[in-house]
Design a protein around this ligand. Structure first.
Ligand code: GYE
Length: 342
């Protein structure tokens, strides 16, 4: 990329010299634009690529890896983009720094996958003042002024949770006590908030449902395992573990098995999970996860469609929800897993 840029500068300089030699007053081609927002013609890159700064949460889960890949596969130079990717390692302060760097680099678009919902007002105001459109992807943000972002695309996390709760309603005893371990995602993220609220509201409706433990597993396998290990030491009678993503479920399954118990279909402890990644569905087919609610990470093309709308002067939908499915261990097949893209 650097070489390409260097060559195009050399090329532009050569044209300029040539024109000067001919006594022409025409402005040289490929002059660097201001990089102002919304116009590929004025991209800060000399080769007219649309420059996209993407602040990614981190690499905490299989879902996140699939999401990063989708963005990287979409925003390629072949397709006319320059993607500046930043991994925030699950820290909001790193995301804020990344956004400020994007503003300084005069990118054409900022794409933000926010770690938590709150805390974005100041930095997004800076982006707005710089005239750079901000597209939010995956989790939502909670800002006082909705004009601080141009569009959002992602999942309805509350419906995902409701889907899991509906499965629990039809598959758990309606009279005997049901002891539930709740391993939450990153606290304050939309994915955690929606999925947690669904379970808490579900438990409030069933007097025999007891959430005996509730702790964050940070959406990682290691933390999911750690939480489950400590809960297993405290409680011997656990009916369900509600894990807010597949990686936490993998950790919980390891902890359950290490404690000499079984899980899933016909097991001691039922396992609920979210994401329905390839690895998650493989555990569902193996009968270790009872129910896996899909969360679609393939947002690259969706973000691209928003950018293309903006490039064409159209107004994209402010909020766009992705359609999702759910998979039961008793009905899933290998063919279903093979047919999926993540
Ligand atoms: O469920 C989890 C990831 O925000 C939807 O983040 C996303 C969640 C996903 O780490 O695996």
């Amino acid at each position: 990329m650097k070489m390409k840029k260097f060559l195009s500068i050399v090329f532009a300089a050569a044209i300029a010299l040539n024109l000067a030699a001919c006594g022409s007053s025409t402005t040289p081609a490929a002059s660097a634009g201001s990089g102002s927002a919304g116009s590929s013609g004025s991209a800060s890159s000399s080769d007219n690529l649309i420059v996209v700064g993407f602040s990614q949460v981190g690499a905490e889960s299989d879902w996140r890896t699939a999401n990063t890949k989708s963005m990287q596969d979409t925003f390629t130079e072949d397709k006319g983009y320059k993607l500046i990717f930043d991994d925030a390692q699950q820290k909001q302060e790193n995301q804020i720094t990344a956004i400020r760097n994007f503003i300084q680099q005069e990118v054409d678009y900022i794409v933000l996958a926010p770690v938590t919902e709150t805390g974005w007002d100041t930095v997004l105001k800076e982006a707005k003042d710089a005239g750079i459109p901000v597209i939010i992807v995956d989790r939502m943000i909670d800002v006082s002024d909705d004009s601080l972002y141009t569009a959002w695309v992602g999942s309805n996390f509350r419906s995902e949770g409701d889907e899991a709760v509906a499965w629990m309603e039809s598959n758990l005893s309606s009279t005997d006590p049901v002891n539930i371990v709740h391993i939450q995602g990153t606290i304050g993220s939309s994915a955690q908030i929606g999925r947690s609220e669904a379970l808490v509201d579900g438990a409030a409706k069933h007097s025999n449902w007891n959430i005996i433990a509730q702790q964050s597993g940070e959406f990682t396998q290691a933390k999911g395992q750690e939480v489950m290990e400590s809960v297993l030491k405290q409680y011997s009678d656990i009916d369900v573990v509600y894990c807010e993503n597949d990686n936490e479920a993998f950790g919980a399954i390891d902890a359950i098995e290490a404690a000499g118990k079984t899980c899933g279909v016909n097991g001691d402890i039922k396992v609920i999970s979210f994401d329905a990644t390839h690895a998650g569905l493989t555990q569902t087919l193996a009968g270790k996860i009872n129910y896996d609610v899909e969360c679609n990470p393939l947002h690259g093309p969706r973000v691209e469609a928003i950018i293309q709308d903006l490039e064409a002067g159209k107004t994209p939908e402010k909020l766009a929800y992705v359609d999702e499915n759910a998979f039961d261990a008793t009905t899933i097949t290998q063919a279903i897993i093979d047919a999926r893209a993540y």
